[in-house]
Design a protein around this ligand. Structure first.
Ligand code: GDP
Length: 497
């Protein structure tokens, strides 16, 4: 564990191998340059090409950011657009606006934010975020400018009405053949991209080169997504080469871009560091267990008895996984005649950080290690920062806790996560950790393994497009993919969004 610098005040490699720009005022966002006080140095270095691309992006953002001359000119196209205006001019700044999707949790939002950012970088556009989003809990990521979409942005009052049937929804426009290649001559000033999990095959044309070519000239792309759609960008010939250059290690995309973009504000950073210092810093090893509980997720098809038994199954899997993978020791419940108790004294201290909406699992685990000795003699102390009982995605205090807990999980040495949870994906990506994913108590009822190691630290794309651009039919995209953790639908994810 030499690479830790836990309670020392001096961050090592504070620019993360050149990933971060040095051009920020440090006190305004402590988390940006202080993460390595708490987190392992990453063995994955950003490529020099990624670094240069990010620096170029930052200067583009400064040049075209909100309220610059170029921004004002492009916004004006939304106010006074006339088909004869030449908006396909190459010198016009172009934008991707990350729209807020009310029902999704913090994990989903971070995954779609990072996806939209990479898409913006690949297409030489600027990323602006709708301030209704959780991004208010994050520091500005680009120096000397802002990524917040100005409050006076002209289309703001239409955001709620953007849906797959909106006249400016790209899929809908394609279905009705309103644009097609005529976009070349007079592209519309804006297009809405519907990239939420239930997008239809017309919306999925976003992932076709031909359609990207059509969109190229549209100054404003307004994107609403809930997903980590980056794996599908790797499948597009027009982006594939560039992506390989940017990310020679393809399982590090979220790891680098997440560390580049996700910097909690000082208020959230205070929550994270106080908790860490008080409960976690002093132990020899830290294990994070992220429990996305099925009973609190309101699964309509299960009654309370079935839910209670699901909890028990899940708890057993957590314990079996921890012991099987040597993450936590077994306890001795019969101490009367146990020879194990006489073993040499082991002074190793382990901390377990449990995150969950409920406290049931935490209490079981804490009591177990409090009331019984472990066979190895190690001490195990269990903590849980909050139990919010239910998801409240539009409550700022609630979201602050969610971000703090995701971040704390990312500081652990090892992670056990819940299946199909983007909350865990963000933690594993930021931390550069390959977690043990618990077997799903719903879809893998008879699994003989309590958990399995994730193939990589990359998040999964839960609902990849099934539209084949060449054949123009719906196919199984999962079969074509070589991107790590690119999953096709297995279990209908009804509990979030
Ligand atoms: P997913 O639904 O598991 O993919 O993760 P999301 O983060 O997208 O949505 C779940 C939301 O529920 C989170 O953003 C939180 O608001 C809340 N939530 C779920 N699990 C936890 C937890 O362990 N701790 C806290 N504080 N909130 C949680």
């Amino acid at each position: 564990r030499d690479s830790y610098a836990h309670t020392s005040d001096k961050p090592k490699d504070k620019l993360l191998g050149g990933l971060l720009s040095p051009g920020f005022n440090e006190p305004s966002c402590l988390s940006r340059y202080r993460s390595t006080i708490y987190r392992k140095l990453s063995p994955h270095k950003p490529s020099p090409y990624l670094i240069s691309k990010l620096r170029n992006y930052e200067s583009l953002h400064k040049q075209c950011g909100p309220h610059t001359k170029s921004y004002n000119a492009t916004v004006n196209l939304l106010r006074h657009h006339h088909p004869s205006h030449d908006i396909s001019n190459n010198s016009t700044c172009k934008y991707v606006v990350h729209l807020f999707y009310g029902h999704s949790g913090f994990g989903n939002r971070m995954l779609s934010l990072v996806s939209n950012f990479l898409f913006a970088v690949l297409t030489n556009r600027l990323l602006l975020v709708d301030q209704g989003d959780h991004t208010a809990l994050l520091c500005e990521p680009f120096p000397d400018t802002t990524w917040a979409l100005p409050l006076d942005f002209p289309l703001r009052d239409q955001f709620d009405r953007f849906d797959p049937n909106h006249s400016h929804c790209y899929g809908n426009m394609m279905r009705n053949k309103t644009v097609e290649l005529s976009m070349d001559d007079s592209p519309p000033p804006f297009v809405y991209l519907n990239l939420v999990h239930d997008f239809n095959k017309h919306d999925q044309r976003f992932f076709c080169d031909r359609d990207q070519n059509i969109m190229k000239k549209v100054p404003w792309l307004l994107s609403r997504s809930t997903q980590y759609y980056i794996p599908s960008l790797f499948l597009m010939p027009s982006f594939e080469k560039e992506l390989k250059k940017l990310f020679p290690e393809k399982e590090t995309v979220f790891h680098h871009l997440g560390r580049y973009l996700v910097h909690p504000t000082n208020e959230v950073w205070g929550l994270i560091t106080r908790y860490y210092e008080t409960y976690l810093a002093k132990s020899d090893e830290r294990i994070g267990i992220q429990i996305r509980d099925f009973s609190s997720a309101g699964l309509p098809f299960l009654n309370s008895k079935e839910l209670a038994s699901l909890e028990t199954i899940f708890m057993d899997r957590i314990l079996d996984c921890s012991v099987q993978e040597n993450l936590l020791p077994k306890v001795i419940t019969n101490t009367q005649n146990s020879s194990a108790l006489n073993a040499t004294r082991n002074t190793k201290a382990k901390s377990v950080l449990v995150t969950s909406l409920i406290s049931w699992y935490f209490e079981k685990l804490r009591n177990m290690y409090r009331d019984n000795p472990t066979i190895t003699g190690e001490s195990v102390t269990v903590f849980q920062p909050s139990h919010e009982e239910s998801q409240q995605s539009n409550n700022a205090q609630h979201n602050m806790k969610a971000l703090a807990e995701i971040y704390l999980l990312s500081l652990m040495d090892e992670l056990i996560t819940s299946p199909w949870s983007t909350f865990g994906y963000v933690a594993q990506g930021l931390g550069g950790l390959r977690p043990w994913i618990l077997s799903n108590p719903l879809s893998e009822m008879d699994s003989d393994s309590p958990c399995r190691r994730a193939t990589s630290m990359e998040p999964c794309f839960h609902y990849p497009p099934s539209y084949d651009c060449e054949a123009k039919i719906v196919i199984d995209t999962g079969a074509r993919v070589h991107q790590p953790n690119h999953h096709t639908k297995g279990l209908a994810k009804s509990r979030d969004f």
